[in-house]
Design a protein around this ligand. Structure first.
Ligand code: HEM
Ligand SMILES: *[C@@H]1O[C@H](CO)[C@@H](O)[C@H](O)[C@H]1NC(C)=O
Length: 491
């Protein structure tokens, strides 16, 4: 008797799920939006842990060649948009309706839910305004000084490691962590030289892939309800504790000199804990921690992956490398090797090289938003409030209509303006990367120092840049294999 009761319940549940599934499955067809049939469990996310999501985005773009494509994040319908016009509408023109990201951290985790990367309005507006103070031109001067000094350490390190093949990613993560530690947290270390340091311990832990962390990130990105249910943390607990200890020690040591104009990220964060003139409330320590974590996580790995690709591309493109070297030499003769800020400002080609590398390998390959209200995409499509929308940056950046011969490294294409909203490695609109200029300073100093001091050569039998493995398990577009080059001293 009990058995039959149970069986009936199970059958009812299955039937309910099936009816729901039939509805889910026909969602985009009913709206006349092109799609690939979803998987009953994963929706469109069948690639997870097997293929990088950036490649999935690119594939959607290239196969459908359609203004937009409907996908499913598990059972939730989401829209991928593929044209500059729609990108502009979502990111800029109608940004009022798309201020929030879809990705969400668990409310049980303040470090995730309060941080600038993931937090939602109304909290986001206030935090963004305060943290932006750390990224004004005058504040970035001190970042320039730190990046120039650490780039010299980078040169020393490469000399020490010799002409052997050097793994780029680890070395550059040491460097970007070092710059962040010294410039933002005022915590000096010799991480670029030694690979060791207090903040480096954190970034090493963050970088380590484990299945639970992988699932945690998937939940944050694609299934926020799951992140909530399982109380997923943005950072491993050890990293959070570590960062908290560092910040507390710093805050204690500094508390006296707080009345003046804040100069570094650390000082901005400290001031956020106090009341500001125009704002009633002071932020909690958790919120301050969360911003430090956001800046660290948003910055060090993206920048180190970019440096890896830039160096690797230059090693495989001798003509472009020579051109960069010659331009840097001219600028160096004019400004002197102590004035890296001047050298960099005078070398237009370094800008083109970096832009082109970020076009081919944008670390964050798509831009995540969610519709606040129902939204008319065009005359034939209105999406419902709550629909996630992904702007397909990586797709447009390799569209031959915008970038002829898109898989060829050709920095010269950036000597002319690119078509607006076809190139967005740092995003656009109110949620554009807050660290864009900070990142450019970090990138330019390292590349200039390296190219002025070394000729960079490919290792024998190493893959061409466009054929190098991209990580399969992570969500960001980053190398999936150990990319190495040879450095030959020019002196
Ligand atoms: C090459 C390096 C970098 C790349 C490619 C990159 C890319 C991006 C992208 C695509 C976004 C999302 C923009 C959008 O949705 O419109 C973003 C947001 C963000 N980035 Fe970066 N980033 C880089 C470096 C940095 C650095 C160095 C920092 C910190 C110092 C940083 C901090 C942030 C933060 C806090 C956000 C969230 C901003 C918000 O939602 O208000 N990023 N970044
Ligand atoms: C870094 O190395 C230099 C030179 O070896 C040394 O003088 C300095 O104290 C070191 N700094 C830290 C924070 O360990």
């Amino acid at each position: 008797m009990l058995f039959f009761l149970l069986l009936t319940i199970i059958i009812c549940v299955l039937v309910m799920f099936y009816i729901k599934w039939v509805k889910v499955r026909s969602y985009w067809a009913e709206r006349g939006v092109p799609f690939d049939p979803p998987n009953p469990f994963l929706g469109s996310l069948t690639f997870l842990m097997r293929k990088n999501p950036s490649l999935w985005m690119r594939d959607i773009y290239e196969r459908h060649r359609s203004r937009y494509v409907g996908v499913w994040l598990f059972w939730r319908p989401a829209l991928v948009v593929n044209t500059p016009e729609l990108a502009r509408n979502i990111l800029v023109r109608d940004s009022g309706n798309f201020r929030n990201k879809f990705m969400t951290a668990s409310t049980s985790d303040p470090i995730g839910s309060l941080n600038l990367l993931l937090t939602k309005d109304p909290a986001w507006t206030g935090i963004r305004k305060r943290v932006s103070l750390a990224f004004t031109s005058s504040k970035l001067k001190s970042v320039q000084a730190v990046a120039a000094a650490k780039s010299l350490d980078l040169v020393t390190r490469i000399h020490e490691e010799g002409v052997a093949e050097i793994s780029l990613r680890t070395m550059f993560s040491d460097y970007t962590t070092d710059v962040f530690s010294a410039a933002s947290l005022e915590l000096d270390s010799n991480t670029t030289l030694t690979g060791e340091g207090a903040v480096r311990d954190i970034t090493k832990e963050i970088m380590e892939f484990s299945l639970p962390r992988g699932l945690a990130w998937c939940a944050i990105f694609f299934w926020p309800d799951m992140a909530e249910l399982f109380r997923v943390n943005f950072l491993p607990k050890k990293s959070t504790d570590f960062l908290r200890r560092i910040l507390r020690a710093k805050f204690k040591a500094k508390s006296v000199e707080l009345n003046k104009d804040p100069k570094t990220v650390l000082e901005i964060l400290m001031q956020m804990m106090r009341k500001s003139q125009d704002q009633e409330k002071a932020y909690s320590e958790d919120c301050i921690m969360a911003q430090a974590a956001a800046l660290l996580v948003g910055g060090y790995e993206t920048t180190s992956s970019a440096l890896t690709y830039i160096t690797y591309l230059l090693a495989h493109s001798p003509r472009q490398q020579e051109k960069l070297y010659q331009e840097l030499l001219v600028a160096e003769e004019k400004h002197g090797h102590h004035n890296m800020e001047g050298v960099i400002a005078d070398c237009q080609y370094i800008d083109c090289v970096i832009k082109e590398a970020l076009r081919m390998f944008p670390p964050m390959a798509w831009l995540d938003r969610v519709a606040l209200h129902d939204y008319k995409v065009d005359d034939s499509l209105t999406i419902e409030a709550g629909t996630p929308v992904y702007v397909n940056g990586v797709g447009m950046q390799v569209d031959p209509e915008f970038y002829p011969d898109p898989y060829t490294f050709d920095p010269e294409r950036f000597t002319a303006e690119s078509i607006p909203y076809t190139y967005m490695p740092f995003g656009d609109g109110p949620r554009i990367c807050i660290g864009k200029r900070y990142a450019m300073i970090t990138l330019k100093n390292a590349i200039a120092a390296i190219i002025l001091n070394f000729e960079v050569l490919p290792c024998p039998n190493s893959p061409k840049p466009a054929e190098a493995e991209i990580q399969k398990k992570g969500l960001f577009l980053m190398p999936g294999e150990d990319l190495k080059v040879k450095f030959i001293s020019r002196k």
